[in-house]
Design a protein around this ligand. Structure first.
Ligand code: DOR
Ligand code: ZN
Length: 443
């Protein structure tokens, strides 16, 4: 199903009718008519043009299309593990209409040639809007600022910069990056990890790592950078975004910083909301991730923080790795796990089903807030007539079982193998074009 479509430059606008769906899971079901990329009508028994593609939304919830601020697409350089095409397919199947592709590619996305290429390839694939994240420092080496201005003013219009995978640990360099970013009106996203405290670390520092004989990654490695960067942002009048918050202490520091009026935002991953370090007992490196899976109390604090808005949004940190990089000794394995196709059902499991968030809340943390944080004006919009039709149809009552090999990613490093997920994405719509439907991508 492709929808009646019309090319506008490289952007395609489509038309589709979504029948009998409940926006935000509220009220009676309505029909949603989309024409030329916009919501044209919304109500009971909407008249639709003959021949228009129809999606049956019976029993399903309609959300604004999901926005992921933290995805690793591995192109250029590691196309054996993911490409912009395969990652875009995973995103569309997961309900995403926009993803931010991290800069730790090979070569690093620290210049506009690479960021513009990632952006263009994303557009050509057309399954999701791919926004490249530029590196803060040349080669992610933490020594010299990258040409952020060139990347911001290129075709991709880069709006977020991060050395993710590595922390911008030099405080003076981070200060300069925040000042420079403020002038450019772009966002710095920090992977908060004081590297001197994590030398050799492979797991959360706590009783589990001690028992297993694994070198520990202390909470303070994250928290010391969170508070440092909040203070730097305060003094520079800058904004800073904290990637994948993982500890109870980070939550307390974010609360404090927000109370001070400091412009700090933060994301949490689905895996830090669902899993904890009890998973490590088998030494299976599928559970190795950075920051590491923490303890039960961190998980509980993160869930509450997401419900309260102290943590602003959910971001996947989708991190594909080849099987030889995961099926090896724990200490040698690469950190990271797949996330795009399992994020929404995990939020249903950890936040909606326990009553911490309603569907409005899901729209807020998975679409509206991430779009606001990076200033996207066509994503995270209200479901209303005249708005761009970036939409996700989710069936909260159809469970499915995860099998890594069946996911769209070129890698299969999911920690959720054989686990049942409580909700399914029925369809994803990007500017009126159906990008995924019934478990298949359409392009
Ligand atoms: O687990 C992780 N994997 N954390 C990161 O910060 C980087 C990512 C990756 O690139 O694999
Ligand atoms: Zn990271």
């Amino acid at each position: 199903m492709t929808g009646a479509s019309q090319a506008v430059g490289s952007v395609v606008h489509g038309s589709v009718l979504i029948r009998s769906v409940r926006p935000y899971g509220e009220g009676d079901p309505v029909d949603v008519l989309v024409t030329d990329g916009e919501i044209a009508a919304l109500g009971a028994d909407v008249d639709a043009p003959d021949g228009i593609d129809v999606i049956d939304g019976e029993g399903a919830v309609l959300l604004p299309g999901l926005v992921d601020l933290h995805t690793h697409l591995r192109e250029p350089g590691r196309e054996d593990t993911e490409t912009i095409r395969s990652g875009s397919a995973a995103a569309a199947l997961g309900g995403y209409t926009a993803v931010f592709a991290m800069a730790n590619t090979a070569p690093v996305a620290d210049n506009s040639t690479i960021t513009d290429n990632v952006w263009r390839t994303g557009r050509e694939v057309g399954l999701v809007d791919v926004y490249p994240v530029g590196a803060v420092t040349v080669g992610l080496e933490g020594k010299q600022l990258a040409e952020m201005g060139m990347m911001a003013s290129g075709a991709a219009g880069v709006r977020m910069f991060s050395d993710d995978g590595k922390c911008v640990s030099d405080p003076l360099l981070m200060r300069r990056a925040l000042e420079y970013a403020t002038g450019l009106g772009v966002l710095i996203a920090q992977h908060a990890e004081e590297p001197r405290l994590t030398v050799g670390a492979v797991a959360h520092e706590g009783p589990m790592a001690a028992r297993l004989g694994l070198a520990g990654w202390p909470r303070a490695a994250e928290e010391s950078i969170v508070v440092r960067d909040a203070l730097l942002a305060r003094d520079a009048g800058a904004r800073v975004h904290i990637c994948h918050a993982s500890t109870e202490g980070t939550v307390a520091l974010l609360r404090w910083a927000k109370e001070q009026g400091i412009n700090v935002t933060a994301e949490v991953t689905p895996h830090h909301l669902l899993l904890d370090d009890s998973r490590l007992q088998t030494y299976d490196a599928i559970n190795k991730v950075n920051p590491p899976l923490r303890e039960e109390r961190d998980k509980i604090a993160l869930r509450q923080a997401l419900a309260d808005g102290i943590v602003d949004c959910v971001a996947t940190d989708h991190a594909p790795h080849a099987s030889q990089e995961k099926c090896c000794e724990f200490a040698q394995a690469k950190p990271g796990m797949l996330g795009l196709q399992t994020a929404l059902p995990i939020i249903v499991e950890t936040m909606v089903n326990p009553g911490l968030l309603d569907w409005r809340g899901v729209a807020r943390v998975m679409s509206e807030r991430p779009a606001e944080i990076v200033g996207l004006t066509d994503q995270g919009r209200p479901i209303a007539v005249g708005e761009p039709a970036n939409l996700t149809v989710v069936d909260p009552n159809t469970p499915w079982v995860v099998h890594g090999r069946e996911l769209a990613s070129l890698s299969d490093n999911t920690p959720y193998e054989s686990m049942s997920m409580p909700a399914s994405v029925v369809a994803t719509v990007l500017r009126g074009v159906v990008t995924a439907h019934a478990g298949e991508v359409t392009r």
